[in-house]
Design a protein around this ligand. Structure first.
Ligand SMILES: [Zn+2]
Ligand SMILES: [Zn+2]
Length: 208
């Protein structure tokens, strides 16, 4: 299993690359006995730039190609508790991952993503740039404190329990926390995504 690339359209497609809701797009689906099934897992990533919510949550998001599109939420109210995600509370600057996203034509002739179930939604509370620049491999390779650059030889380095960033002491870790918070969210998310094989489709995943 190769490491996921967040800038690769196979697993993290930009909006212009998404399959159309009414198309049989064989870059994303296989046909088996007349039924279309995903050929792999994918998630659209967009950073919230504008809150358009009126009755239902609706956000304009920007993908990594710079395209801005609406994500409109039409989930069941019970989904909020069931999947522990509340789109009404999302804020500008956060990133939304929509698993198995498709390009949906809205009634007003615009295009975007319509969300019918929160099973497909993961909120990542950091910017898209921070998420895209998170590289767990760099963290693993480091042998020094990420604050004071003291090396770990002879002394054991502490690691952030979530993302494994290394520190020589609690003092350095505390000092870094404000700056580290966003990077930590991004690194932890990328590590989590890397725990599964996105190329093997058996069933739909709940967003994670
Ligand atoms: Zn240090
Ligand atoms: Zn961390």
């Amino acid at each position: 299993m190769s490491r996921l690339q967040l800038n690769n359209n196979r697993h993290f497609p930009v909006f212009s690359h998404l399959p159309g809701e009414y198309d049989a797009n064989f870059a994303y689906y296989n046909e088996k006995k007349g039924v279309l099934r995903p050929s792999h897992h994918w998630a659209f990533l967009g950073e919230i730039t504008y809150d358009q919510s009126i009755v239902r949550p609706r956000y304009i998001v920007k993908d990594r190609s710079g395209d801005e599109v609406p994500i409109a939420f039409h989930h069941e109210p019970f989904d909020v508790m069931r999947y522990n995600v509340n789109p009404a509370a999302f804020t500008v600057g956060q990133t939304i991952a929509v698993f198995y996203a498709e390009n949906h034509p809205f009634i007003d002739m615009s295009y975007g993503i319509r969300v019918n179930s929160l099973a497909t939604i993961k909120l990542i509370p950091c910017s898209l740039d921070t998420l895209l620049s998170a590289n767990p491999k760099n963290v693993d390779a480091l042998t020094e404190c990420s604050v004071c650059h003291k090396t770990g030889e002879g002394a054991t380095l502490l690691r952030c329990s979530k993302c494994k960033t290394k520190y020589c002491s609690q003092t350095c870790q505390k000092q870094d926390w404000t700056a580290h918070k966003q990077t930590c969210v991004a690194l932890s998310q990328v590590c989590l995504w890397n725990t599964r094989n996105w190329d093997k489709f058996n069933d739909f995943w709940d967003a994670f």
